[in-house]
Write a protein that binds this ligand. Structure first.
Ligand code: ARG
Length: 459
């Protein structure tokens, strides 16, 4: 039999393969709530504008609530023949309320309907991402506060560079995730325009009120161009871009946790709750949560690239290609929320091994720069000369198999006569970090100031 929605034009129904490639109900059923919310707003507006009667609108709006409760209780029978969530809902509404159901689609197309539903869904996910990020920021702030003056090695090229504080390292991620929050907020503000009422592509001759549905659905205003409104998937691409950047940040931190939790580093101990064991090696405690978070960026960024590629050559306005937008965004959103929650749990639970951190910070000639700076400050050497003298002392210590503070004053003096006993005060890791008081530097006073600023901002 031909389709109930457009059977007038068709003598035969679709091939089974056509039905299979065409149907999106398998996944767009996740838009049920948004679809019904949008339809209820549309029906109320149609009645206010005198396009349908108040009693028809009432029947439609009530019937839609019944459909929603059927879906939410799992009683609803989704049909592939009805393609997508929009037609599944409308068909069921017809069964429940009869003739008035046929008036709901006045001055509307599935093109503006799906754009509206999908925007509402994506907007919620932007809010959820912001919430998840703020929870993670909170966990990082707690870690930073506890360890504002714990000393650890700072790396460049994953080689020991200079001592930094644990709090400083945690706060580096707070800054990144803070920018992620603002990116999601920007994207949300930009996308919050109502496509409903754009109809198929050209708008409609019915005297609709798009401001009314915009307000009912929490949009700031109606979209200003009906062609753009039904063809735009920028909002989904922006969500995926923001999500990709966040996932990339999580992945970098996850990589550090994998390294830090290894027996060779022992910087942190991850909780049992966020680790797994091995079925053969009894000693193993693996950082699987961190590894999976590290991996999630692959599929999230993959979703972004996939949707970009779908959209890039599409002529205006709607093309069915755009039905392929939803699975990418659904999957990326699910995995982003999971990664954020897992990272938040892991960060809250992890224990820093303060002694290992300090020992690692003191090795690898990490205070060589402090020695060079001392020569500049106390002996008046140009920095380049100080760098050279210090380099010679590092080479000497390396050949003796000791660290810089283990060299004798005589050995120091042999490298440069101006060196005095005072130099040893700058060679401790505590003094090294305490000296780095420039704005944004690693000194505990600076780190504490940044923690206070963030706590204030998050209130
Ligand atoms: N299921 C479709 C989608 O996700 C809804 C819009 C269909 N519109 C159309 N003209 N065929 O894009």
């Amino acid at each position: 039999k031909s389709n109930a929605m457009w059977g007038g034009r068709f003598a035969a129904g679709p091939d089974a393969i056509m039905e299979a490639i065409n149907a999106s109900i398998g996944y767009d059923k996740r838009l049920a709530f948004q679809d019904i919310t949008g339809s209820r707003a549309h029906a109320a507006m149609l009645a206010t504008q005198g396009i349908i009667t108040d009693s028809d609108a009432e029947v439609i709006r009530e019937g839609l609530l019944t459909v929603l409760s059927e879906i939410e209780s799992g009683k609803f029978e989704f049909s592939t023949a009805l393609e997508d969530i929009h037609m599944n809902v409308e068909a069921r509404l017809k069964e429940i309320v009869g003739e008035p159901a046929g008036r709901l689609h006045t001055a509307r197309s599935r093109n503006d309907q799906v754009a509206t539903d999908f925007k509402l869904w994506t907007r919620d996910q932007m809010d959820a991402a912001i919430q998840g990020l703020e929870a993670l920021i909170g966990a990082l702030l707690d870690q930073a506060e506890a360890g504002a003056d714990w000393v650890m090695p700072g790396f460049t090229h994953l080689q020991t560079a200079q001592p930094v504080t644990w709090g400083h390292h945690m706060m580096a991620y707070v800054e990144m995730l803070g920018r992620d929050v603002s990116r999601f907020k920007d994207a949300r503000a930009r996308m919050n325009e109502n496509p409903l009422g754009s109809a198929a592509l050209a708008g409609t001759g019915f005297p609709i009120d798009r401001h009314m549905t915009a307000e009912a659905l929490g949009f700031d205003r109606p979209t200003a161009n009906s062609l753009d409104a039904v063809a735009d998937r920028d909002f989904a691409l922006e969500f995926l871009s923001c999500a990709s950047i966040t996932a990339m940040h999580l992945s970098r931190f996850a990589e550090e946790l994998v390294i830090w939790s290894s027996a060779q580093f022992r910087f942190v101990t991850l909780s049992d709750r966020f680790s797994t064991g091995s079925s053969i090696m009894p000693q193993k405690k693996n950082p699987d949560a961190a590894e999976l978070i590290r991996a999630k960026v692959g599929r999230i960024m993959g979703a972004m690239v996939a949707l970009f590629t779908v959209m890039k050559g599409l002529p205006l306005a709607y093309s069915k290609d755009m039905q392929e937008d939803k699975e990418q965004v659904f999957d990326a959103a699910d995995n982003l929320m999971l990664a954020l929650a897992a990272m938040t749990g892991m960060v809250s639970d992890m224990t820093a091994n303060v002694d290992s951190l300090r020992a690692a910070a003191a090795s690898g000639f990490s205070t060589a720069t402090d020695l060079a700076d001392w020569l500049v400050r106390e002996a008046g050497l140009p920095f380049r000369d100080a760098h050279h003298v210090t380099g010679a002392l590092v080479a000497l210590a390396e050949s003796k198999g000791c660290d810089l503070p283990d060299l004798s004053l005589d050995e120091m003096k042999a490298a440069h006569s101006a060196i005095t006993d005072d130099v040893f005060t700058v060679l401790t890791v505590e003094n090294s970090v305490a000296s780095r008081t420039s704005y944004g530097g690693t000194a505990p006073v600076q780190v504490r100031a940044q923690i206070a600023r963030w706590k204030e901002a998050l209130k």
